[in-house]
Design a protein around this ligand. Sequence first.
Ligand code: NAD
Length: 375
Amino acid sequence: MSYKNKNSEIRVKVKDAIELISEIFQAKSCSDYEARTIAERLCGSNLKGHDSHGIVRVPRYVEWMGEEKVFANRKSELVIDAGALACVDAKQGFGQIAGEVAVDEGVNRAKKHGVSVVGLKNSGHLGRIGDWAERAADAGFVSFHFVNVRGSLIVAPFGGTGRTGSTSPLSIGIPVKGKPHIILDMATSTVAEGKVLVAQKGGKPLPDGALIDSSGNLSVDPEVLYGRVRDEEVPDPSKGPGAITAFGMHKGSGINFMMEMLGGALTGSGVSGGIDDKDVRLFANGMLSVYISVEKMVDIDYFSKEVQSYVDFVRASPASDLNGKVLIPGDKEIITNNERLANGLPVAPMIWENIRQTAEKLQISNLERFDEAIV
Ligand code: NAD
């Protein structure tokens, strides 16, 4: 199948996308559970509107397996087991699985102690970090997640043009009785790297000031990050001359810096890069998470009432845009999820084509089954 217009958009049925992607990872020797979890979490990111952390990643994950950056069926190991404090070593296993192990560890310990702190190190890509805050909120816990990306030097600090940091996401989850959880989930760079990837594939363009070239000029051209990329190539963010900017001027840049300290240095996973490095470090997510039992901290009915009162207060405030609406963290994901569940995942044609090509290379048979995947 060939798509003439790189910039047109197609809609892909969620069920078919999950099926095809599961088959791809099964063909790469992942267990059925692992393959399906990877597929469901990637599609879940698209459903929530974070296409940057969705199915666009499939060819890259497959490539990483070949380069031994991530391994199928790796069992995480509990390397610190000290009451409220724990650390899980994912040993370069898939983050979609290691993330579940780390969150469940944190929730179980917080049930016992009221609070817990769990490090996760050497993890394959953890995808959308909001997934982990959501898993904790499903169990009734408030959580914070501080994440860095070892080996991914793609972000310039405030006032600089050099690549000194990663996109280092941050997520905070608040469970609300009888209502959707409140989930803040954001990169501490102006955009996540995957958003540059989506733009490179002809998807949503980048916002102003997302990138900075080596001369200090702000840009929205993905070539600044990847250099020239052929259609069939997997874009490599280490190849371009520029960087993604840190978000929020000097303050955002400071938060981005602290993610390296917490998610990288304190977990033992390692920072994104260092001054004495001879080679690029092996790619991994490090995540420091804090879990708090609401009921051990405060009366649960009081908490729910205060939270809801504040939510309503903020949502009722006048919008700055005539047709706009004030949203709280997580609202956009809920709205997008509902729309995409009904209508399918919007993707740039080249993204779906690259996934089919990946399946073809792995000799997955009878790919015509997925011709009907496009709505
Ligand atoms: P983003 O800029 O789209 O959104 C960030 C946050 O802003 C969300 O909590 C969202 O609910 C909120 N939001 C969005 N629009 C809003 C509005 N109009 N009003 C109020 N709030 C609003 O996200 P991003 O920073 O580009 O991050 C994208 C994804 O990338 C996240 O899921 C993040 O976890 C992930 N990520 C992962 C890694 C990794 O290494 N695993 C690295 C970087 C980013």
